[in-house]
Structures are given as structure tokens and as C-alpha cells.
Ligand binder design. Structure first.
Ligand code: SAM
Length: 327
């Protein structure tokens, strides 16, 4: 019988699975997906809800207790709250969260909360309607804000705002987004662009270290901690009412503490966002594997987890877009 722990060759404990439920998205963020991108998976390539639930149950038995639904845009997959309800009821699933662009969140917030999702990450790169449309490829800031307000009313906590900082495009708006998050009680996370696919490679990268220093001084921020399994390093106001995290894969990578793997919508388990090491779990599932077989394949896969990404050394290595791996 297996021990209930997953550990890689470098002694890192794996306790977090990010689950993409679709590679499709209703937005085309400049740094993520090309405007004319059409090369999506056919839906029959996606893992079914039964298959996702099986994989999650096996991971949970291996001691993984945090799961995040992502994509693509997960709310474009039909009956996502139904899947969430199934997953959150599985033994060992302690924390189920969702990443969304919030265009459809107003409609689904209530059902998602009922389904056992407690924590939400919402992408928001600008509060200026025209600029927002320029970044995401659609005029839909009002829908996103309505989604956020619906989520706030439902009582999701924490709600984290993910802002990808783009040099010369939205870096002048950081203080406005700080003010917006302070007003609404949202946690802010500032993210450096990664060279994922042609889009990520061309993105307007900005080193966030000077921004961190400036915000620390301006708001008198102190080191802090915020709930979640992620890599952000946080600062907080002394009263702890506002937190801002910095996700700096390029300027200060955090690979040594990486605790996660990612499952794409078609069942490929990726060991690292910035490397190609992977294992095809869909083939294993569809060959009629038992849970014990699946457990063994997952353990073998974790052995492949690389030490670190090579975003700096080999910036053109990863041709997958973020939405294809699962963001
Ligand atoms: N649609 C959901 C959303 O908007 O959060 C989930 C998927 S999205 C791919 C997940 C996150 O990846 C978003 O916060 C997005 O901004 C970020 N992202 C996409 N491409 C990126 C890149 N090249 N570098 C850094 N972050 C990226």
C-alpha cells in the first residue's frame, strides 16, 4: 500500500494540483493567446467529469489537498459548478479554488459558492475600459467588475486580483488597482510575464522588484502571509487589511519551493510550467487503468519534475501558451 505523500527527487512535497477544464477562452490577452488562435482541442479530447473526479480522488489519496480549477476560461465549460460540487465532496480535498477572468462570474458566483469553492483568483489588468479591451481583446470590463461584485456579495474569501504588469501598457495603473483592492477588501497579486508561446515571448516584461520597493515605502507595508498554496511573496499594511503579493518567476524565481503540478484539459500532467516534462494520464485512464495503476503512473511522473524552469536561459523553449497548460 502506498504512503500518502508525493515527493519529488529534490525533496519537494507535491500538495497542489491545478486542473485545466478547457483550453478555450472567451478573451485573447495579448501576453497569452494570439488574436486569431483557433487551434483548440476538440471537446472529446477533454477529460470527462468522471475522469477528472477519478484523477482528483487518486491525487487526494496521495496527500495532495489543494486543487484549483483553471483553463483557458473554466467558466466556459458547461456545468462547472456541478464538477466543483463533485470534487469538493471527495475525501481529502481540503481546498478547492477557481481562477477566472470573471466575464461570466456574475451568473455563476452563487452556484460556485454552493459547490464548495471558497477562494477565487480573478484576472484584472486594467480599470480603464479602453485599455482593458486593448489587453484582453474585448470590451467587457463592466462584465468583469459585475462578476467581482457578485463574488464579493457571495462572500468568497479571499478574492485575489491577478494583475499581469506590462511595461508601458498598464504599469502606470498599479496604484489605482491597489486603491480598488483596498476599497473592496481584495488581495492584489502583481505578476511578471513569462515567455510562454509566441505571445508570452513578446510580452512587455517588467521586473517587479522596484515596484515592490516603491509600494512598500509608499504604504508602509510589512512582510506578510496570505492563505493559498502559491508562490507570491506578500506585503501587508500594518493593520493587515490589505495585502499585495509579487509573483516574480523571472526576476526572483521560486522553483525551490514549487509544490504543484498541472493537468491540462486533455489529461496531460505537466511537471513544470516552464519545462516539457509530462505524463499522459488520459491514455492511462482510457486504457482501463485501475486506481492503483494510476497512482503508480502519478508517482513515476513526479520523478520527472525538473529542478527549475529555464525562462531566462532558453526563453523560446516553451511553445505552449499558458491557456494550453492551464494557468
Ligand atoms: N481564464 C482564467 C484567468 O483569467 O485567470 C484562468 C487561466 S489564465 C491562463 C491564468 C493566469 O495566467 C491569468 O492570471 C493570466 O493573466 C496569466 N497568464 C497568461 N499568460 C501569461 C504569461 N505569458 N505570463 C504571465 N502570466 C500569464
Amino acid at each position: 500500500m502506498s504512503t500518502t505523500i508525493l515527493q519529488d527527487r529534490f525533496g519537494r512535497r507535491i500538495e497542489y494540483l491545478r486542473l485545466s477544464v478547457t483550453d478555450r477562452c472567451d478573451l485573447r490577452c495579448t501576453y497569452c493567446l494570439p488574436k486569431d488562435f483557433k487551434d483548440f482541442l476538440e471537446p472529446d479530447a477533454w477529460l470527462t467529469f468522471d475522469e477528472v473526479a477519478r484523477v482528483v480522488a487518486v491525487f487526494a489519496r496521495l496527500g495532495v489537498n489543494k486543487f484549483r480549477l483553471t483553463g483557458g476560461e473554466p467558466l466556459t465549460r458547461r456545468n462547472l459548478p456541478g464538477l466543483a460540487a463533485r470534487l469538493s465532496a471527495l475525501p481529502g480535498v481540503k481546498d478547492l479554488s477557481l481562477s477566472t477572468n470573471a466575464t461570466r462570474l456574475a451568473k455563476h458566483a452563487h452556484d460556485l459558492k454552493d459547490a464548495g469553492i471558497r477562494r477565487l483568483n480573478v484576472s484584472l489588468d486594467s480599470l480603464k475600459p479602453e485599455r482593458f479591451a486593448g489587453i484582453v481583446g474585448r470590451d467587457c470590463l463592466d462584465d468583469v467588475l459585475a462578476g467581482l461584485m457578485a463574488a464579493k456579495l457571495e462572500g468568497f474569501a479571499p478574492i485575489k486580483i491577478n494583475m499581469v504588469v506590462l511595461k508601458g501598457t498598464n504599469d502606470d495603473e498599479i496604484d489605482d488597482i491597489v486603491a480598488f483592492c483596498m476599497e473592496h477588501g481584495f488581495v492584489l497579486r502583481l505578476i511578471e510575464t513569462m515567455p510562454l508561446g509566441s505571445t508570452g515571448g513578446k510580452a512587455e516584461y517588467l521586473d517587479l522588484r522596484p515596484i515592490r520597493q516603491r509600494l512598500q515605502q509608499r504604504f508602509g507595508l510589512l512582510d506578510g502571509l496570505v492563505e493559498g498554496g502559491g508562490p507570491a511573496r506578500y506585503l501587508q499594511t500594518p493593520d493587515r487589511r490589505f495585502s499585495v503579493g509579487f509573483i516574480t518567476p523571472i526576476s526572483q524565481h521560486f522553483c525551490e519551493t514549487c509544490n504543484r503540478v498541472r493537468l491540462s484539459a486533455d489529461g496531460i500532467l505537466y511537471m513544470c510550467l516552464g519545462q516539457n516534462d509530462s505524463m499522459n494520464l488520459r491514455d492511462v485512464l482510457r486504457r482501463g487503468a485501475t486506481d492503483a495503476d494510476l497512482e503508480n503512473v502519478i508517482r513515476e511522473a513526479i520523478e520527472l519534475k525538473p529542478l527549475k524552469h529555464d525562462f531566462r536561459e532558453q526563453p523560446t523553449k516553451i511553445v505552449r501558451f499558458m491557456s494550453q497548460t492551464g494557468g
